[in-house]
Design a protein around this ligand. Structure first.
Ligand SMILES: [Zn+2]
Ligand SMILES: [Zn+2]
Length: 133
């Protein structure tokens, strides 16, 4: 029997139990290949719940920080600092928790669509501003 939605039906069969929401995310994230391997790969990212908070500013001097910048450092609690402050003001130690500061890993651009940067600005009162900025 002819069905006007036979193409959709075929697609549904092909992707089996994949949620529509995940398919939309994949398309928005630029995954041209939506095959099983890709699907498994993205599902890992989509199902992890909480991810690293990519804060938009330095907690010390409040300058804007690009999510793709390699000159951003964080502590284990995601306190976020520009390299200038981390090295010249804080000397590699987070003033909030006393822990070490390491370079914030850069999230692949396609996954910023799925897990966008945070818009929450955090500023530490009394933190000395970096010189000449
Ligand atoms: Zn700073
Ligand atoms: Zn900290």
């Amino acid at each position: 029997m002819h069905c006007p939605h036979s193409r959709d039906a075929a697609r549904n069969r092909r992707y089996g139990t994949v949620p529509v929401e995940l398919m939309i995310i994949m398309v928005r994230a630029g995954f041209a290949d939506t095959g099983p391997a890709r699907l498994l790969q993205l599902r890992v990212f989509a199902d992890t719940g909480q991810v690293l908070e990519l804060r938009p500013n330095c907690e010390c001097c409040d300058r804007d920080l690009d999510p793709a910048s390699p000159d951003v450092l964080i502590c284990t609690f995601e306190c976020t600092w520009c390299r200038d402050c981390a090295e010249n003001v804080l000397h590699g130690v987070c003033p909030n928790c006393g822990g070490e500061l390491v370079r914030r890993p850069i999230r692949p651009a396609r996954l910023l669509v799925v897990h966008p940067p945070s818009g929450r600005r955090v500023v530490r009162p009394g933190c000395a501003p970096a010189s000449a900025c």
